[in-house]
Design a protein around this ligand. Structure first.
Ligand code: AHR
Length: 548
């Protein structure tokens, strides 16, 4: 008997007996989830649940930063309601200041007395989304009110680690050293440490995570991978460490361009015997679900689908596009193995989520803002499950972006503040942080639909499982837009003492929250009866099992 078959048989008996007492052979169900409690995959780094904030549209200004003189409840200028919610979901890390903005940003513009900081052209000022804005819009001409000290303070208040993205395209390497020095040099030790103290923090910030360039194949310099590798080497070799375990993250490819990965690693690791490979801690991957049911198009704005107006095929095609993150990760991971066989370098999926065309943003200043529906919650949860299932690969991730932009968890405008369905996903999934991921198998009939007049299908039930002490956290996505899935939960290697579940579901896949209806989409308890749970259509569920 094959090991997998044996496990399955054993599991049915163990799970059936343990989970549905007196019902050794459960009746056939629509789906089956088998969790191998004693088959660990690795620890889930909390940073996998990270976030991304860019000086883009309403993310920083109107989103995070309201200013110290604002009537909106704030903590030293930072929106207090946002801080509270980030604490609730245990936000582990936040990336800043971009994105594309990072490679045009001079960190020195954002330090010192706020009224003396220069006003500069924002990277996004020329974007079509900014043309309609007046020249007094901070989104076009950045006044630098929010800089390094404000960001680090925001992270501290939120209980998160800062992840700074350094400018490799338009600043010299010495400026990178100096930014590290500003953040991390000991109290009173350097001129920059004294400037930091004048801004309120004599103690060093000890920033650990540093991105070195962003999308260096594109807005980060349009580099060839070999040229970027040479720059990366120059930037990261001999950076002052001040006792902090610096973790540098290199810019990865555009989506699935594995060629970039080969050429970058070949040059960086093969190019010189003197380079210290430990200077590359993480390799960044970006994957957006463009939701173009017609396939890729050259018109990257109008060619995208709409955040709110979509049919069933549009729902599934967006999920299919989003789901590619797993194969992209695996492809790059195996390419990296050729140069880093022990896999010391981790994947950092620091931009992911659906990206739609403009038109559903809550305010014209919210460039790349879009509504967030149940479709996005399902896509986001499925991505988090992918990360959980590959704990040895993913060192960090960041949902793009935190507030008022793309796949947001929050919307804020002036004194309005609400959570989106994505917030609830992070709230459900937070229990995976620091857990040990364990193997789980999901079997369920695929969801059927019609695409361009032809039958098409997509998986229906998938998820991930992790264990902390005697608690098993199992998250499940039912991607089927119309059918509930009666799902049998089977444990192997443990018994179930009790189980509870919470679900995020709505009868309409287009459902979303607005300032007028902030709780249109919210979580509710779900019954687990005799080891079986009925997952609603297009839902995200967390099952918490106390192990016997
Ligand atoms: O998140 C918006 C943009 O998408 C980022 O600035 C860039 O890195 C990516 O192309």
């Amino acid at each position: 008997m094959q090991r997998r078959e044996f496990l399955k048989t054993g599991a049915v008996l163990a799970g059936g007996l343990a989970m549905s007492r007196g019902k050794a052979f459960a009746a056939p169900v629509g789906a089956r989830v088998e969790v191998m409690v004693n088959e660990p995959l690795g620890a889930i780094a909390p940073e996998v649940y990270g976030h991304f904030t860019e000086h883009l549209g309403g993310t920083i200004y109107d989103g995070v930063w309201v200013g110290t003189k604002s009537k909106i409840a704030n903590t030293n200028g930072i929106r207090t309601a946002l801080i509270d919610k980030l604490r609730q979901i245990k936000a582990p890390a936040i990336r800043w200041p971009g994105g594309c903005f990072a490679d045009s940003y001079d960190w020195r513009d954002g330090i010192g007395p706020r009224d003396k900081r220069p006003t500069r052209t924002n990277f996004w000022a020329d974007d079509a989304s900014a043309r309609q804005l007046g020249d007094d819009a901070v989104q076009k001409f950045e006044d630098n009110a929010f800089g390094t000290d404000e960001f680090v303070h925001f992270c501290k208040l939120s209980g998160s680690s800062p992840y700074l993205a350094a400018n490799l395209r338009s600043l010299p390497a010495l400026e990178f050293d100096h930014w590290v020095e500003y953040c991390n040099s000991p109290a009173g030790s350097t001129t920059l440490a004294k400037q930091r103290a004048a801004a309120g923090s004599a103690a060093p910030y000890n920033v650990q995570y540093w991105g070195v360039g962003n999308e260096s194949w594109g807005c980060g310099g349009a580099f060839e991978p070999e040229d970027y590798a040479s720059e990366y080497r120059r930037f990261t070799d001999w950076v002052p460490r001040f006792g902090t375990d610096l973790r540098f993250i290199g810019s990865g490819p555009n989506d699935d361009e594995v060629n970039w990965t080969h050429r970058f690693f070949q040059k960086l690791f093969g190019g010189t015997k003197y380079y210290d490979r430990r200077n590359l801690w993480g390799f960044s991957i970006h994957h957006y679900a463009w939701n173009m049911s017609q396939g890729r198009t050259t018109d990257w704005v109008a060619g995208k689908g709409d955040a709110l107006q979509f049919d069933t095929a549009g729902y599934y095609e967006c999920l299919r596009e989003s789901d590619k993150v797993e194969s992209i990760m695996l492809d790059h991971w195996s390419a990296m193995a050729e140069y880093d066989p022990t896999h010391r370098v981790k994947l950092v999926v620091d931009e992911y989520g659906p990206w739609y065309r403009p038109g559903t943003e809550l305010d014209p200043t919210h460039q790349l803002g879009q509504q967030i529906t149940m479709r996005d919650a399902v896509a986001t949860a499925a991505s988090l499950d992918v990360f959980n299932r590959h704990p040895e690969k993913v060192g960090m991730a960041a949902c793009a972006q935190l507030i008022n932009c793309l796949n947001a968890l929050f919307f804020a405008h002036e004194d309005n503040f609400i959570v989106t369905p994505n917030f609830h996903v992070f709230d459900l999934y937070k229990e995976h942080q620091c857990g040990t991921a364990v193997r789980a198998e999901f079997s369920a009939p695929a969801a059927q639909y019609e695409r361009n007049g032809a039958p098409a299908s997509f998986w229906s039930v998938k998820g991930s499982a992790s264990v902390k002490g005697k608690t098993l956290t199992l998250t499940l996505v039912n991607a089927d837009a119309s059918s509930p899935r009666e799902t049998e939960l089977v444990l192997s290697g443990a018994t179930m003492a009790s189980a509870t579940a919470v679900t995020l579901a709505n009868k309409d896949i287009h459902a979303h929250n607005t300032f007028a209806q902030p709780d249109a989409v919210k979580t509710a308890k779900l019954e687990v009866r005799g080891g079986t749970i009925v997952l609603p259509p297009a839902s995200v569920t967390r099952v918490t099992v106390e192990l016997g």
